[in-house]
Ligand binder design. Structure first.
Ligand code: DON
Length: 317
């Protein structure tokens, strides 16, 4: 614990600039050497471990970028917050959370809890709960996936966003554990459809975007689902609170508790190397570096966020 580092508010927060972001990025660039690119999905293993990007959208919707900001990567688990927003909008929160818990994560993202005990997933941020969430979005075939894709395009105002067919196929070909969870939940009476629904989960994980897109997603949930340019089409303070609370308690998997202590902001990671961060009522942060720690969270990404939070006094606590 003597090496413990945490975010402490500084008296005077400096102004955000690309120069400040760049110095934070450079300070943390070499963290990639201490982690590992995810290769349990073969296609993900091809990512450039040295790529790194850092993006912030401030309270006024102004974008600041540094690093490999045009580099695309798959959003992976970050798609879970978008699917949750859609499922809850369609069915209501009580209906969705009758089938899964609000519990924090103390287990890896692909853990089966609590499917063998209570019969229900712990939360919508672990794979089981996320697979179930996507299956709760209405529509046949790939319609639920297309809703997730459209929402990502809307929030980022980026209609060019697509999914990576090769990553999707790689996930589908190797995702036996996810398939196991899908059938266990079907056995438990939580899922009624066929494997198309699991495919939608694999597809949504394969949506490709940039760190800037992630910063805009962070901004959206930080600001009651108002888009960075002020568009209020989906404005909803309750849904934003729900998503942010899940991000805080389970968004970084079993690291979520320690992350809350050190960073203190609702955040969601994905094994593609991205993390989206919401600074409630204020800004959005998006980071990318594909080298991961043992929990599946971007290592350099975490350290960039930590430095940003320290410099600007952003922790909610
Ligand atoms: O279900 C999977 O294995 C992946 N497609 C998504 C997992 C993920 O991103 C977990 N993240 N940290």
């Amino acid at each position: 614990l003597n090496t413990f580092t945490y975010a402490q508010k500084t008296a005077e927060a400096p102004a955000i600039s690309e120069k400040t972001l760049n110095s934070i990025l450079e300070k943390n660039r070499t963290y990639y050497t201490q982690g590992k690119v995810a290769d349990y999905i073969p296609e993900l293993g091809k990512m450039d471990a040295k790529a790194i990007a850092f993006s912030v959208v401030d309270k006024n919707g102004k974008v600041y970028n540094t690093g490999d900001v045009s580099k695309k990567f798959t959003m992976q688990s970050i798609s879970k917050i978008i699917a949750l927003m859609i499922a809850v909008t369609e069915r209501g929160e009580a209906n969705v959370f009758d089938k899964m818990g609000y519990f924090g994560s103390d287990k890896p993202f692909n853990h089966f809890s609590n499917l063998e005990t209570t019969g229900k997933p712990l939360n919508p941020m672990m794979n089981a709960g996320a697979i179930l969430t996507t299956s709760l979005i209405s529509g046949d075939g790939d319609k639920p996936f297309l809703k997730v894709l459209d929402m990502v395009r809307f929030i980022t105002k980026n209609p060019t966003i697509e999914y990576s067919k090769s990553v999707y196929e790689s996930e589908k070909a190797t995702g036996h554990r996810n398939r196991g969870m899908f059938y266990l939940m079907k056995n438990n009476g939580l899922i009624s459809g066929n494997e198309d629904q699991l495919d939608n989960y694999f597809r949504q994980c394969s949506i490709e975007l940039t760190a800037e897109d992630l910063a805009k997603i962070g901004y959206f949930f930080a600001n009651q689902c108002v888009r960075f340019d002020g568009d209020t089409t989906y404005k909803n303070a309750e849904i934003a609170k729900l998503i942010e609370s899940q991000m805080l308690t389970a968004g970084m998997y079993e690291f979520s508790g320690e992350y809350s202590r050190t960073v203190g902001l609702p955040s969601k990671s994905g094994v593609g190397g991205g993390i989206t961060v919401s600074v409630p009522g204020k800004m959005g942060i998006g980071v990318f570096s594909p080298s991961l720690d043992q929990h599946g969270n971007s290592l350099a990404g975490y350290h960039m966020i930590l430095d940003m939070v320290k410099q600007f006094g952003l922790s909610i606590f």
